[in-house]
Ligand binder design. Structure first.
Ligand code: ASP
Length: 425
């Protein structure tokens, strides 16, 4: 495993706490020389986010092409794919069931019964985007897997199309003559390694980026907004916490047979990036770096499991969708039968696959679920005020869950290097 100087975790932790305090204190009106602090952190945060996002397309494509062109020679696609999807689905189902348990135990919607009529008058921000409810939305995801123009897919950063093409291209490299194949492999390996270096440079600015992004959220959505929806927020946070700190570590300990604490430490930079950006796609370069260079998973497994997981394995979002849909039903005083709850669980699993790794993407999926089970889509107006803060938390869980799937697959493939040293202890 590569030993490298890693980010000072305390600097980042302090940045988050300071950003929360500063953001809540400054609000979006306080100024410095006539310029609002909000405008300053907005510009800095956007620059940091752009810097992270610019790495995604070249890093993901070169990572997959390099990884697949190697497995192509060895075979075993089916076995790897089977394990990968088993862990994706397994972790998401576990997350949803934990959410289902807490939402039924705490019943957060009951306290909203009385104020329902005024609150639902807020219109959901994403309502106009729901042109393809339910099944059609799923079909759109399927269609986007195969882009008709690869350059367009690359330039728009369409992840599923990009992954599919890189997969195909990597496989094709493994089937061509030795000389051109090794030239291409070397070329893409070079791009991959260079992009990892670029990621390291960007990560030097992590504390400042994290500060700007978190402060911006707290300037507009203060922590007080959680208070109005305390029970709902508590249900979501408890569910996410139990899944991340008990559910996944148990899988790591008993199935992967690694020390969960080491994995938390290895993934720390990716987790804080996810928390501050609310975007698992923007976090992807840092996730790949942590899984490969800090947790010691091979490029062969990481290049496949992490980018694909970032696109389709959204355990935290799936949990949130389930809790939110049942919360709306409870607030409307609708008693959900076992089968309706089962349908919500199933829909949360399916729609989470289509959720993009960008902020607030789950809201669209929740509207689809509400429509499917016959609840008014306006229901999301009930909790939209706390969505951003909860988004930060569920994105962190999404990223952690993907990284755990990579560890689980790598260990099941017999990789001994995974979290083998105690460099973080
Ligand atoms: N923000 C989440 C992510 O990027 C998606 C969501 O649940 O809204 O992973």
């Amino acid at each position: 495993m590569h030993k490298k100087k890693h980010n000072r975790p305390w600097a980042i932790f302090i940045a988050i706490v300071l950003a929360m305090i500063f953001g809540s204190w400054a609000g979006n009106q306080a100024t410095l020389f006539g310029i609002t602090f909000y405008a300053i952190v907005d510009v800095l945060g956007t620059i940091f986010l752009n810097a992270l996002t610019l790495v995604v397309v070249p890093l993901v494509s070169s990572s997959i092409i390099t990884g697949i062109s190697r497995i192509g020679n060895e075979g075993g696609f089916g076995r790897l794919g089977g394990k990968m999807f088993t862990f994706y689905i397994g972790t998401s189902v576990l997350a949803i069931l934990i959410g289902l348990l807490f939402v039924n135990l705490i019943h957060p919607g009951s306290s909203h019964l009385t104020s329902l009529s005024e609150e639902t008058t807020q219109s959901p921000p994403f309502k106009d985007q729901i042109t393809h409810p339910g099944g059609e939305a799923f079909v759109q995801v399927l269609i986007s897997i195969i882009p008709s123009n690869i350059l367009a897919a690359f330039s728009r950063g369409e992840m599923l199309g990009l992954i599919f093409f890189s997969f195909l291209f990597g496989y094709a490299i493994s089937k061509i003559e030795k000389h051109p194949a090794s030239v291409l492999q070397g070329f893409f390996q070079g791009i991959f390694q260079a992009m990892i270096q670029v990621t390291h440079i960007i990560m030097k600015f992590l504390p400042y980026g994290v500060f700007s992004l978190v402060a911006k959220v707290f300037m507009t959505t203060g922590i007080r907004s959680l208070g109005a929806l305390a029970l709902f927020s508590l249900t979501v946070l408890l569910g996410l916490l139990v899944f991340m700190c008990i559910g996944l570590p148990l899988l790591l300990k008993f199935i992967a047979r690694v020390k969960p604490i080491r994995h938390f430490k290895a993934m720390a930079p990716a987790l804080v990036t996810a928390f501050s950006t609310s975007s698992s796609s923007a976090t992807l370069p840092v996730t790949i770096d942590c899984v490969e260079k800090r947790a010691g998973v091979s490029n062969r497994i990481c290049s496949l499991v992490v980018p694909l997981g970032t696109s389709i394995n959204m355990s935290g979002s799936a949990l949130y969708e389930c809790v939110a849909a049942i919360f709306v039903a409870q607030a409307y005083g609708i008693d959900l039968s076992f089968w309706t709850q089962f349908l919500i669980v199933l829909m949360a699993l399916i729609t989470s696959i289509g959720v993009a790794g960008i902020p607030s993407a789950s809201l669209v999926a929740i509207i689809i679920i509400l429509k499917m089970v016959g609840l008014p889509s306006e229901g999301i107006g009930l909790f939209v005020a706390v969505d951003r803060l909860l988004d930060m938390c569920r994105t962190t869980v999404n990223v952690f869950s993907d990284s755990c799937c990579a560890i689980l697959v790598a260990r099941s493939e017999g990789e001994e290097n995974v979290l083998a040293t105690n460099q973080f202890e």
